[in-house]
Design a protein around this ligand. Sequence first.
Ligand code: ADP
Ligand code: ADP
Length: 227
Amino acid sequence: MIKFENVNMEYKNGKKALIDANIEIGKGEFVFIVGSSGAGKSTFIKLLLKEQEPSSGSIVIDGCETTSLSKRKIPRLRRNMGVVFQDFRLLPNKTVYENVAFAMEITGHSGKDIRRKVPFVLGMVGLSSKAKSYPGELSGGEQQRVSIARAIINKPALLIADEPTGNLDPQNSWDIMRLLKDINRRGTTVLIATHAKELVDEMKQRVIELDGGRIVRDEERGSYENV
Ligand code: ADP
Ligand code: ADP
């Protein structure tokens, strides 16, 4: 599903954010990316989304070498990935239903498809009763559920979450992590960059640790810190 081979990423100011990275993530995996601030987690995500280009090395996603992909084909690459952010990034003037439906509208789905799928996915994230609410009327946990619904509505092969629980209390963080694991069980590959030590320790999933742009650990049922 994802293969990084000898990937280096150096920003224009000379900062090496990823150094000789070799990563292989299979279809259907659930993976935590951990590491202190500045370790290179966001850079890794930006490379996946092709928001940044590596200075050298090869990035293959779903059999496609993305480094040589033309600009024209980037939208199709991104359509296969759902992204969830720490700060939710919902449209404040659209309802919950409209926020999720919008992701289907811009990818050209029919009204019939939208009316069938949005209620189904809102049910999946436990928000059927909030369809008509606006983001500002929801708790942080609920807003994150909307953003997850929006990220999965087009059935991406890969769901990327960048600090998804960073703005949530422990109870809501747990609920969001369980939801992400549910989505993974249904077949979506899930990648989560996080600082949530307790969640990572409890979930016992694959952990890739970055430090100063280098992969320093990759464990099958890992914990947040090397023990
Ligand atoms: P993390 O997400 O783990 O906090 P980042 O990938 O954001 O780490 O950053 C890795 C390193 O690259 C840090 O030293 C950071 O300061 C640097 N960096 C990130 N973005 C840029 C940029 N646009 N220009 C220059 N340096 C950057
Ligand atoms: P189907 O197999 O016909 O797609 P499902 O029962 O799996 O039907 O799902 C009902 C609807 O919800 C379908 O339109 C499907 O695309 C959508 N759906 C199901 N699971 C997910 C998921 N994990 N992410 C996004 N959409 C989903």
